[in-house]
Structure formats: structure tokens, C-alpha cells
Ligand binder design. Structure first.
Ligand code: FAD
Length: 392
């Protein structure tokens, strides 16, 4: 009898509360029952399975992280990390759907909304009755988006007129609203708006041909003199500072995506090495294959440990940008290395969707580049440790 593959080699899960361990088990069971059987089909068709929103609802995951008034539960970042980890072990795209809605969009209303706006949206968002998206990146402004924000807003009577484009916006093809970040033509202030689906002048085109995260639907949004009432301007936004606070809150989640993705790939590789036979032996008996597996296990263990500490710091209110940035840089790089070794362990089958590891291999490339590329997060850490900024 061979041991079952288990990426939690140092039993880090056991250091968490019983409630958190139970939550992780629930998400794991959900992913295996509801997502695993259908994911390759949706991946091939470049589509998000919208019906999983209904099957996710009974798990009530958002209420494990957020209160109705937009404040966070004690231990929220660790809890959120575990949800992301367990989802990513099976499918990173599902975690991204959740992260965009429950992280970026929810945090935008929670941090930037007035009491009335929170009361209107947050309960519906908690219940997955209203789905949100987050529109910051533009075709010409990814890394430099803070300085290069070209989408404009102009006050006009009792409302605002928005013009510009947003690229890569996850969930926007079916979301009930997208938070749009724009610069005020009058004073250069950065403002956030809740733009409801179906608003005239707001058009979303699905981005086709992705080689990673194919189950996430990303939109190219065009705002053509799109009119939004003043009541849908996020009233508590204080310029770019609020946008940066939202991104700081969600960056830990992206680091967790790397942990889950790498763990999923590692467990698949161990199982394959135990089963696949070549030269009359199981390939797991070969020293070079064991070397791959041990290297992967060292990676996932260090990533998991780092993210737990990062999230504890976030929950204690002592996490700085550079902590989240280093965790994101480190986990994305280790994830890339781990999924490559896992894919290699599968030989030719490693590039076939049906063996599972190919999806982790491809998805890692998106993790590597979004929510701050590897280079940009590196420069954030470099600035913190030297006191010298490499940014223009
Ligand atoms: P660029 O900024 O053009 O960077 C190109 C290269 O230049 C990178 O290697 C970068 O590191 C490097 N570079 C740039 N500046 C410097 C510098 N100063 N020094 C050194 N190197 C530098 N955005 C949203 O708003 N909402 C979403 O829901 C969303 N979802 C996404 C989902 C996916 C799958 C992807 C791929 C992206 C998503 N994004 C989203 C956008 C994402 O955040 C950007 O892709 C990311 O910020 C990088 O911007 P860019 O792609 O324009 O790359």
C-alpha cells in the first residue's frame, strides 16, 4: 500500500482552528464534486460554468471572510487563503472567479462605498445574488496604471460621463456591475464608479484565445460617453490611495493561488509517479523522479509557510505592501518551477488536458503576471529594503 499524495508534509493545516480545517475540507469536497468533473470541457470551450455560482451559494463562503457592513472577520485573510488554496489545487480559474468577486469587487464597495452603497450591494454580494468585477487595467496601462490611467470621468449635471477602455476584466462578461476606475478631467483625481450591466455606453467583449485561465472570462470593456449617476460614484474613495488599499488587501490572495496551484500539481505528480511504469519499474522508483518530487515538496512547504505568516500579519494589521509583494514574487516563481517539474514527471501525458497537470502548468503563467508582475513586485520589495526607488 503506497502513501496517498499529501502536499501538507509538515501538517500546517493542524496548526489552524478546527473551523478553518473544516472549511478547507468543505471547499475541497465542493471542488472535487462540482468543478473537477466539468472543468476540462469548460477549459476547452473557453467558458465559465455559471451554474457553479448556484452550487457555491450554500457554502456561504463570503460570510466566513466579511461582515455585512464591509468589515472583516477575525482571521479573515487566513480563512480566505485556505479557500483559495483548496480551490486552486483543483482549478485556479474557480479561485480567480471568487477572488475577483469576493476580493477586488467586494473590497471596492467595502472600502470605497458609502453606508447606503454598502447596504445596497454587500448583502447581495455575500449571497452571490449580485456578482462584481473590477476594472482598473487598460490596454495601454498595466504596470503603470496608477500614473497612466486614461479612462476619464466628467461631472455632468446629476451624474458623470465615463470614457475609455479597460482590458482583462475578469467576470465582466456576466457580472451585475463592474467597478470602473477613472480620472477626473477637471482635477486629475482618481474616482471609482459602480457601472451596472446594461448601462448605455458600456460594452463588454470577451477576450478570446488565452492560453491560461481559460475558464475565467476576461472582458475588454469600452466606455463610450457612458452616463453613471452620482449615487453610483463610490463615495468614500480617496483617490489612488483607496485603489492601492484594495490591491494590498487582495495581493495575499494571489500569493495563495500560487501555493494551491503548485500543491495540486505536486499531488498529481506523486500519484502518477506511483502508477506509471517504465523499464519494468514504477517511475517513482527512479532517483531522478524522486528528486523532482522532493524539490516540489520543498517549494510547496516554504510557500505555504510564508503565506500563512503573511496572512496572519495581514489579520494583525501589520502587513506592509512589501510583505505582500515578496510573498507574491516568491510563490509565483516557486509555483512556476513546481508545475514545470510536475509536468515533466508526466512525460508526454503532461501536455494533455485529461491528465490535469497541463492546466496547472498553463495557469501559472497568469498568476506570474497579474496583480503586479514579477518585476513590479520585485521593485516594491527592492525599494523597501534599500530605501531607493527604481520606479520612474
Ligand atoms: P505591462 O505593464 O505592459 O508589462 C510588460 C512587461 O514589462 C512585464 O514583464 C513588466 O514586469 C515589465 N515592466 C513594466 N514596467 C516595468 C518597470 N518599471 N521596470 C521593470 N519592468 C517593467 N486587471 C484588472 O483591472 N482587473 C482584472 O480582473 C484583471 N484580471 C486579469 C486576469 C488575467 C488572466 C490577466 C493576464 C490580467 C488581468 N488583469 C486584470 C490585468 C493585470 O493586472 C495586468 O496584466 C498586469 O498588471 C500587467 O500589466 P500588463 O499586462 O499591461 O503588462
Amino acid at each position: 500500500e503506497l502513501p496517498a499524495p499529501d502536499a501538507d508534509f509538515f501538517s500546517l493545516m493542524e496548526t489552524l482552528s478546527l473551523e478553518q480545517q473544516e472549511l478547507a475540507a468543505q471547499v475541497r469536497a465542493f471542488m472535487h464534486a462540482e468543478v473537477a468533473p466539468i472543468m476540462n470541457g469548460y477549459w476547452s470551450r473557453d467558458e465559465f460554468p455559471r451554474q457553479i455560482i448556484d452550487s457555491l451559494r450554500p457554502l456561504d463562503l463570503l460570510r466566513r471572510v466579511w461582515n455585512e457592513d464591509g468589515t472583516r472577520k477575525p482571521g479573515a485573510t487566513v480563512t480566505e487563503g485556505l479557500i483559495i488554496l483548496e480551490a486552486c489545487k483543483v482549478d485556479v480559474s474557480t479561485a480567480v472567479f471568487f477572488g475577483v468577486h469576493a476580493g477586488l469587487a467586494f473590497a471596492s464597495v467595502a472600502l470605497g462605498g458609502s453606508a447606503e452603497q454598502k447596504a445596497e450591494w454587500l448583502p447581495k454580494m455575500l449571497d452571490l445574488q449580485a456578482i462584481g468585477a473590477f476594472g482598473l487595467t487598460e490596454p495601454e496601462g498595466g504596470s503603470q496604471v496608477s500614473q497612466g490611467l486614461r479612462t476619464t470621468c466628467r461631472r455632468d449635471g446629476d451624474g458623470w460621463v465615463l470614457s475609455g477602455q479597460k482590458k482583462w476584466i475578469g467576470n465582466s462578461t456576466f457580472s451585475d456591475f463592474t467597478v470602473i476606475w477613472a480620472r477626473d478631467v477637471n482635477n486629475g483625481e482618481v474616482r471609482g464608479f459602480i457601472v451596472r450591466a446594461g448601462t448605455p455606453g458600456y460594452a463588454v467583449e470577451k477576450i478570446q484565445g488565452k492560453i491560461a485561465l481559460r475558464i475565467v472570462e476576461n472582458g475588454l470593456i469600452t466606455l463610450d460617453e457612458c452616463r453613471v449617476p452620482e449615487s453610483d460614484r463610490l463615495q468614500a474613495v480617496q483617490g489612488w490611495r483607496t485603489t492601492a488599499d484594495i490591491l494590498k488587501l487582495t495581493r495575499a490572495g494571489v500569493a495563495w493561488q500560487g501555493v494551491g496551484c503548485a500543491m495540486g500539481a505536486y499531488e498529481l505528480a506523486v500519484k502518477y509517479a506511483q502508477e506509471r511504469t517504465q523499464f519494468g519499474k514504477r517511475i517513482g522508483e527512479f532517483q531522478l523522479i524522486q528528486n523532482h518530487l522532493v524539490h516540489m515538496l520543498g517549494n510547496v512547504t516554504s510557500m505555504f509557510t510564508l503565506c500563512l505568516r503573511l496572512s496572519e500579519m495581514a489579520d494583525q494589521g501589520v502587513m506592509q505592501d512589501e510583505h505582500a509583494a515578496l510573498a507574491k514574487v516568491f510563490t509565483a516563481a516557486r509555483c512556476r518551477e513546481t508545475v514545470a517539474l510536475a509536468r515533466e514527471t508526466f512525460g508526454g501525458n503532461g501536455i494533455l488536458l485529461e491528465y490535469g497537470v497541463a492546466k496547472h502548468f498553463a495557469d501559472t503563467e497568469a498568476i506570474y503576471s497579474y496583480e503586479g508582475t514579477n518585476e513590479i513586485n520585485t521593485l516594491v520589495v527592492g525599494r523597501a529594503i534599500t530605501g531607493l526607488s527604481a520606479f520612474v
